[in-house]
Design a protein around this ligand. Structure first.
Ligand code: PXP
Length: 234
């Protein structure tokens, strides 16, 4: 299973002073040294952490870049210019603290399909960040996207996560059966990671907040290594 490390919060810290520290490129290299298989950054409409220049810098530095973004014309133009390895389309609301829910592909199918087509016909694979529901997987499949990322947020905040885990397993299995590549992420921590890492239909986990938090105490390279150790060897 692959580990994608989201380094947005290194940029969050940098933006507190709007100076150069901590250096985002160095963070990406440290994460790769700790065993990250790819780097994820989310260019938000409000530019609260990642800036446009970061996308270009990180693109040059890392072999596998996942760019998270809203399916807006502005973001699609940026992706077409910077050519990340893949794009993960997410819903975005300015007032949210983090990506709170998955894309409603069912209700926005025509618009999302057009975005998927525009990106994939230009050589950028597209992942759709969706809640682990069979109907959303079916809609994601109809858009032609190659990947889905299952939102594990509800699982991560549940005090009795058996039901949420079963939903993730069922959605992963169905998506794989439909021929989609299945990723998952949001809210995963050292303490809740193992049951999700045991789902063999999942190819990659994307983790940000808990890795960056852990890195304050042990450094980014070691924090990534600690998470990577919990994933099945590829
Ligand atoms: N996947 C997606 C699509 C996200 O938007 C985020 C949060 O930026 C993550 C994964 C990582 O979530 P967390 O920071 O809680 O690990």
């Amino acid at each position: 299973m692959l580990l994608g490390v989201n380094i947005d919060h290194v940029a969050t810290l940098r933006q507190q002073r709007r100076e150069d520290d901590p250096d985002l490129g160095s963070a990406a290299i440290e994460a790769l040294s700790g065993g990250a298989d790819g780097i994820t950054i989310h260019l938000r409409e409000d530019r609260r952490h990642i800036q446009d220049i970061d996308v270009e810098t990180i693109r040059e530095l890392v072999p596998r870049l996942n760019l998270e973004m809203a399916a807006s014309d502005e973001m699609i133009e940026i992706a077409l210019r910077c050519k990340p390895n893949y794009v993960c389309l997410v819903p975005e609301r300015r007032e949210e603290l983090t990506t709170e829910g998955g894309l409603d592909v069912i209700r926005n199918e025509a618009r999302i399909s057009a975005s998927v087509d525009r990106l994939q016909s230009n050589g950028i694979d597209v992942s759709l960040f969706i809640d682990p529901q069979i109907a959303q997987v079916q809609a994601a499949h109809r858009t032609g996207a190659i990947l889905v990322e299952l939102h594990t947020g509800a699982y991560s905040v549940s005090s009795t996560p058996r039901l949420e885990l079963a939903e993730i397993k069922a959605a992963a299995s169905y998506a794989k059966m439909m021929g989609l590549i299945v990723n998952a992420g949001h809210g995963l921590k050292l303490g809740n990671l193992a049951p999700v890492a045991a789902i063999s239909d999942i190819s990659e986990l994307n983790i940000g907040h808990s890795i960056i938090s852990r890195s304050i105490f042990v450094g980014l390279r070691q924090a990534v290594a600690e998470f990577k150790r919990l994933l099945p060897a590829t």
